[in-house]
Design a protein. Structure first.
Length: 166
């Protein structure tokens, strides 16, 4: 029996929310990589030599994974990538909170962003739940409704016009 959590429309809504969040966050970081690099450096977790590299690469991973989630492409892989990023974000936020750092999260708006804290932890846990939900739904079904793969499968199984199946 299919639960409401894995209903195709609910999974679609989760994909749209999660994918959109990652696309918006990534695009803002791509637009201002130097500001994002400073936000990463504020966490004091990476050597200086890796900060710039992360500031250039991570936003593109966010944008591409977000777009692919929205369009329903390789849902297991992309939801796993997003879940992995969220786990890393939660570790970084938790570490910064444990060290009493008073910093912006670096999540969305660059400059004047949200401070790290329990609200940000709750937000990221909520997004992680959506990523896990999508991963489980995609694992249960090879192809989910409302995905690009489903559209392509429909095209393969649709007989040409005027063709009468025998």
């Amino acid at each position: 029996m299919q639960t409401i959590l894995f209903h195709p429309v609910v999974v679609l809504a989760s994909r749209l929310v999660l994918g959109s969040v990652f696309v918006v966050a990534g695009v803002e970081k791509i637009a201002q990589p130097h500001v994002f690099a400073k936000a990463i450096d504020n966490y004091q977790m990476l050597p200086s030599s890796l900060v710039q590299t992360m500031a250039l690469i991570l936003p593109w991973i966010e944008v591409v994974s977000g777009i692919l989630l929205v369009f329903g492409v390789r849902l297991r892989a992309n939801s796993a990538i997003v879940a992995g990023m969220l786990v890393v974000f939660l570790i970084a936020i938790g570490s910064a909170m444990a060290r009493d750092l008073d910093i912006d999260c670096g999540c969305y708006s660059q400059g004047g962003g949200e401070k790290i804290g329990w609200k940000k932890v709750a937000e990221d846990v909520g997004l992680l739940i959506l990523a896990v939900q999508i991963f489980v739904a995609a694992s249960r079904n090879d192809i989910l409704p409302f995905s690009l793969e489903a559209t392509q499968q429909d095209e393969v199984h649709t007989p040409p016009e005027g063709h009468i199946p025998v």
